[in-house]
Design a protein around this ligand. Structure first.
Ligand code: G3P
Ligand code: MG
Length: 243
């Protein structure tokens, strides 16, 4: 069981986009620092470049988190690597490049963390992205430590066909009627929801029935304690060391 460092909270903590409160989100420095922490897991977001390379970034565009502009899908990996993904956060992080999935998996390969790969195929579908991710998981022999999630549930179904032995989770921004029946269609192990849905009766019922619920994004200890009391299994956190 990996706990919040300062608060007396026993639930699992997942470093959201790496250690993103103190380091530029989804960069190698953010992952290297997350890897040093005694947290249960790490989460990050994956997109596909023009030349079919898997890269770790949250947005479809690089505008917010780099000194460049444009869509990931319209640039090759080499073109993306020319931009700075650290200086926007603080000058001391200048020189951080967009990481590939393989580079991030290398950071965690010999650590203990659960690795939540979020497939960001909910705007652009990135045909073939599921198989490419499966290949990397296999190459790193990380089948037992990866959790695949996506807001695009078709992506989840495709991934399950390719790699049925890896844990999957359905991501929800809002809830659906007949939630447990819907989860059952996928045979998913878990759902990832906004934390404010944790107290909804449909979630409380699902928890009672054994569904694993993880909640994003929790950046203070009071809410983390509420989530723990509600039976939420894990929280995604930017600050990680809250207390
Ligand atoms: O996977 C949990 C959370 O990361 C989902 O939202 O927008 O931060 O990727 P987002
Ligand atoms: Mg995410």
């Amino acid at each position: 069981m990996r706990t919040l460092i300062k608060a007396e909270i026993k639930m699992n903590i997942i470093a959201h986009r790496g250690y993103s409160a103190k380091y530029p989100e989804n960069t190698l420095i953010a992952f290297q620092e997350a890897a040093k922490l005694d947290v249960w897991g790490v989460e990050f977001d994956v997109h596909l470049t023009k030349d079919n390379q898997l890269v770790v970034i949250h947005d479809e565009k690089i505008n917010r988190t780099s000194n460049g502009k444009g869509f990931v899908k319209d640039m090759t990996l080499e073109e993306l690597q020319a931009f700075d993904f650290g200086a926007w956060f603080a000058p001391e992080f200048a020189g951080q490049q967009i990481p590939t999935l393989a580079e991030v998996l290398t950071v965690f390969k010999n650590e203990h963390h659960q690795i939540n790969i979020e497939i960001k195929s909910d705007i652009f579908e990135y045909p073939g992205i599921e198989a490419l991710i499966a290949n990397e998981i296999h190459a790193f022999n990380l089948e037992d430590r990866v959790i695949i999630s996506s807001f695009n549930h078709e992506s989840i179904a495709r991934f399950q066909q390719i790699m049925p032995n890896v844990e999957t989770a359905l991501l929800f921004a809002s809830l659906v009627l007949n939630l447990e029946e819907y989860i059952g269609l996928f045979g998913c192990d878990a759902i990832h929801i906004p934390y404010h849905h944790g107290m909804r009766s449909i979630i409380q019922q699902a928890i009672k029935n054994g569904v694993t619920v993880r909640a994003y994004t929790v950046n203070n200890a009071k809410i983390a304690r509420q989530m723990e009391a509600l039976g939420v299994d894990a929280v995604f956190s930017d600050v990680v060391e809250i207390g």
